[in-house]
Design a protein around this ligand. Structure first.
Ligand code: ADP
Ligand code: ASP
Ligand code: MG
Length: 401
């Protein structure tokens, strides 16, 4: 079998953990499998590098940021190959350039386009364990790129697909996908299996256990994933296509604190206003999430929307630059201490009343809703950040998860 095994930052945070991972990979290797290992940077190294850059130049270009951040993964793969070698197993570390993993040139948020497999196959053929940097790629200018925070999961899925792997295992610091982040909702329960669609919603709504694009890619290319712990041997959670499994009304609750609400007030109420506003933001690559347009008041209207913290300053600068000339709005308000709480479940499509039940749970604990958005299989509310734990726990309880 060809197995792709991905280990996140906490799983390789120190010497002991590196050897733990090395041994787990060697077990598979000695059983006769071909083993490809994808690693993240050690512990919180990516955050450390981000802080270092901020200290030197808070407005550093994204290209230089990627050049810096890719060093984190390069450190862990080299150390891992050394650890395996010291245990008597031949291993080779490869970075995105050596593999070659080709991406778009969107620094800090690049998309994988193509992975060359020749070098990897050659090394596997020579009975080596191949240890590959997650999170990074190279673009058409031969520059390093990164895939966005948490992107090593996507590297692993892309490799599993390109290599037609028999298994793709994502090892992390929890033993699977839970009904909510166990750090936020201590009563959360591990799921045995979850569909791609549900996992994609959860991941996109803040369940950082999997990078959302890794789930998107797994669905697209039919890569079945298992999420499990690197610290114990418990069975993990399988992420796969919807089969005949019983559709759960709600399979999980997700929370996301990386949210900023921006309200543009006193806009003209006429066609083209929303178009102009969101076009300006799109031109600056700002991803807009929840959108709310108010009813008309005195010939004017307000539009509120949410963005991530990383995009908030650029969104504000953009709006302020165009406030007088193009948008003709009165004021722009920013609220940074907000968070999203969402419930996700494929069963919602056929069962009414999920939104009402969620709102009741929030009412029970006195949490006010600022904004609401829904899809076929989720309901999301925007609330004050300080209530996020209470809200998530109450919603979790209400749905008996
Ligand atoms: P890694 O470094 O291994 O990629 P991450 O920190 O990216 O690990 O993801 C694992 C973390 O995801 C867990 O520690 C947990 O706090 C968080 N998490 C959020 N939502 C969930 C969920 N629904 N199930 C499990 N873990 C979750
Ligand atoms: N090291 C990167 C990050 O911290 C990528 C990853 O861990 O998946 O975001
Ligand atoms: Mg991760």
């Amino acid at each position: 079998m060809l197995i792709v095994k991905k280990f996140g930052g906490t799983s390789v945070a120190n010497k002991e953990r590196i050897f733990n991972v090395a041994r787990r990979c060697i077990e598979d290797y000695k059983a006769g499998n071909q083993v490809v290992v994808v690693l993240s940077a050690m512990g919180k190294q990516t955050d450390v590098l981000l802080d270092m850059a901020k200290d030197i130049n808070p407005k550093a270009s994204r290209r230089e940021m990627d050049m810096l951040l890719t060093t984190g993964e390069q450190t862990s793969v080299a150390l891992m190959a050394m650890a395996m070698d010291s245990l008597g197993v031949p291993a080779v570390s490869l970075n995105a350039f050596q593999v070659a993993m080709h991406t778009t040139a969107d620094y800090s948020n690049a998309k994988l386009k193509r992975i060359d497999t020749e070098r990897i196959y050659n090394e596997l053929e020579n009975r080596k364990i191949v240890v590959i940097t997650g999170f990074q790629g190279i673009d058409k200018y031969d520059d390093y790129t990164t895939l966005g925070r948490g992107g090593s999961d996507t590297t692993a899925v892309a490799l599993a697909s390109a290599l037609h792997a028999d298994a793709c295992e994502i090892y992390t610091d929890v033993d699977g996908v839970y009904t909510a982040d166990p750090r936020v909702v201590p009563k959360a329960r591990k799921l045995e299996v979850i569909t791609y669609d549900e996992m994609l919603e959860l991941a996109s709504l803040g369940a950082g256990v999997l990078h959302n694009r890794s789930v998107e890619m797994a669905k697209k290319y039919g890569v079945q994933l298992v999420v499990r712990s690197s610290l114990n041997k418990n069975e993990g959670t399988i992420v796969k296509e919807d089969t005949k499994m019983e559709k759960m009304l709600v399979s999980g609750v997700a929370t996301d604190k990386n949210v900023v609400q921006i309200s543009v007030e006193g806009l003209e109420n006429k066609p083209g206003v929303a178009f102009k506003l969101f076009q300006h933001l799109a031109n600056h690559n700002v991803n807009v999430d929840m959108i709310l347009q108010s009813v008309e008041h005195g010939g004017k209207q307000d539009i509120s929307f949410t963005v991530t913290e990383e995009d908030a300053d650029i969104a504000l600068e953009t709006i302020e630059r165009h406030a007088e000339s193009s948008l003709k709005c009165d004021t722009v308000n920013v609220t940074r201490d907000v968070a999203k709480v969402s419930v996700v479940g494929a069963g919602m499509m056929t069962h009414p009343g999920v939104a009402a039940k969620m709102f009741e749970a929030l009412y029970d604990c006195g949490v006010n809703i600022r904004q609401i958005s829904t899809s076929e299989i989720r309901v999301t509310v925007l609330i004050d950040e300080k209530y996020v734990e209470t809200a998530a726990q109450n919603v979790h309880e209400k749905f008996s998860l």
